[in-house]
Write a protein that binds this ligand. Structure first.
Ligand SMILES: Nc1nc2c(ncn2[C@@H]2O[C@H](COP(=O)(O)OP(=O)(O)OP(=O)(O)O)[C@@H](O)[C@H]2O)c(=O)[nH]1
Length: 367
């Protein structure tokens, strides 16, 4: 059964992706506004070709937005935006934009790139853009290249861009490190919040969540489930006679035995003190009783020891199926009642008793 919050990392990744998508939409809208304005300025300054090229980028950005709106594919949306912005900056460097100020827009690229991609991809794309800029700067006679820059400008442009790129890289690397540490910390806390420290089994709170989920699954699709409420017999005596550490050892060892008996889909929790609850999805009452009986028998045959002393450990359990209960509360109450009956009728037994159990060798006569 999937855990309600075990996919914490995935959920965080999903939230981040959604955040990046929102930022991209906002960025696309802003870029469109800028391109309209700068294009208009170029148009009125008599640079109609430049204006049309800028406006054509509006079409590309709008197409990218539409593609994302119709497919919801965030990875393509990011890649599309990087390619469009890369092309735009290449054009601005090659054409010089207005008054040869086109390359200045390139400074927007490094932070955007590192935010949208991972460090490796960002660095690779940035190096590629550097190469394009070097080619354009060194070979002004190439087709589509109409700008020429002074040596002074080129040196300053690269120096400032390199400084900015390194700065962005370091910032993004430390942001990612802090983010990963936070995620790990959150994961650890989340695990601790649903785990019993002593036995490593689920704790009561986690079991309550799982029971609620299993109950709503039962209400939705009619999938039956059962529970076994298990209590260690006369546990106080073990504590009193052998000490609290011995008691703790027994609880841990018993938790290990439960793990060997249940299936992967079953969930065992420490319900409190020396009481355990096992949730058995898709399990009938009879199957649950069989499992509980196997556990009881394993425990009674298991040699519990503490500092070379043998400990007398047995369990009693109350079992109930959801088919016999009106609600989750009722299910727990009935299991508790059966457990009480098991204790009352001599301990080291499972309740309710069924014929097959009664005819098998039993630790004490059935009530
Ligand atoms: N060592 C240890 N003992 C615990 C822990 N939690 C609860 N206990 C002890 O478990 C004992 C439970 O005792 P009771 O409720 O009287 O039940 P019991 O002695 O098991 O008797 P029955 O349930 O009637 O068979 C108490 O002595 C608690 O102190 C724990 O984490 N470690």
């Amino acid at each position: 059964m999937p855990h309600p919050t075990s996919s914490g990392q995935l959920a965080a990744g999903e939230r981040e992706d959604a955040q990046v998508s929102r930022l991209l939409t906002w960025l696309s809208a802003t870029a469109i506004g800028f391109l309209i304005g700068i294009g208009a300025k170029a148009w009125f300054a008599g640079h109609s070709t430049h204006a049309w090229v800028l406006w054509s980028f509006i079409g590309l950005i709008a197409l990218n937005m539409l593609y994302f709106a119709s497919t919801g594919n965030r990875a393509r949306q990011k890649a599309g935006m990087i390619v469009i912005v890369g092309l735009l900056f290449t054009y601005l460097i090659a054409s010089g934009g207005e008054s040869n100020t086109g390359p200045l827009w390139f400074y927007v690229f490094p932070p955007l790139l590192f935010y949208l991609t991972d460090l490796k991809t960002g660095t690779a794309v940035l190096l590629f853009c550097y190469l394009v800029a070097v080619v354009v700067f060194q070979f002004p006679g190439l087709p589509l290249v109409s700008a020429e820059y002074s040596m002074d400008f080129k040196i300053r442009f690269f120096a400032a861009l390199t400084f900015e790129s390194i700065f962005c890289f370091v910032l993004e690397a430390s942001r990612l490190k802090a983010r990963n540490e936070l995620l790990t910390l959150a994961e650890t806390h989340e695990h601790a919040a649903r785990t019993d420290e002593l036995t490593g089994l689920a704790n009561r709170r986690d079991m309550q969540n799982r029971l609620a989920m299993e109950f709503s699954r039962y209400q939705r699709s009619g999938h039956h489930f059962s529970i076994a409420l298990i209590d260690l017999d006369l546990f106080k005596q073990i504590n009193d006679q052998f000490g609290h550490d011995a008691g703790d050892d027994v609880l841990r060892e018993f938790a290990g035995l439960i793990r060997t008996v249940i299936r992967q889909a079953d969930v065992a929790a420490r319900w409190g003190g020396e009481e355990f609850l096992v949730l058995l999805p898709d399990t009938s009452l009879l199957q649950a009783l069989t499992l509980a009986e196997r556990l009881r028998s394993d425990v009674s045959r298991h040699a519990f020891r503490f500092r070379d002393q043998a400990l007398p450990v047995t369990i009693s359990a109350g079992v109930c199926s959801i088919a016999k209960a009106r609600s989750l509360d009722d299910l727990l109450k009935q299991a508790d009642l059966h457990l009480y009956n098991a204790k009352e009728s001599g301990r080291n037994r499972i309740a309710p008793r069924v014929r097959s159990q009664e005819t098998e060798s039993s630790p004490s006569p059935s009530p």
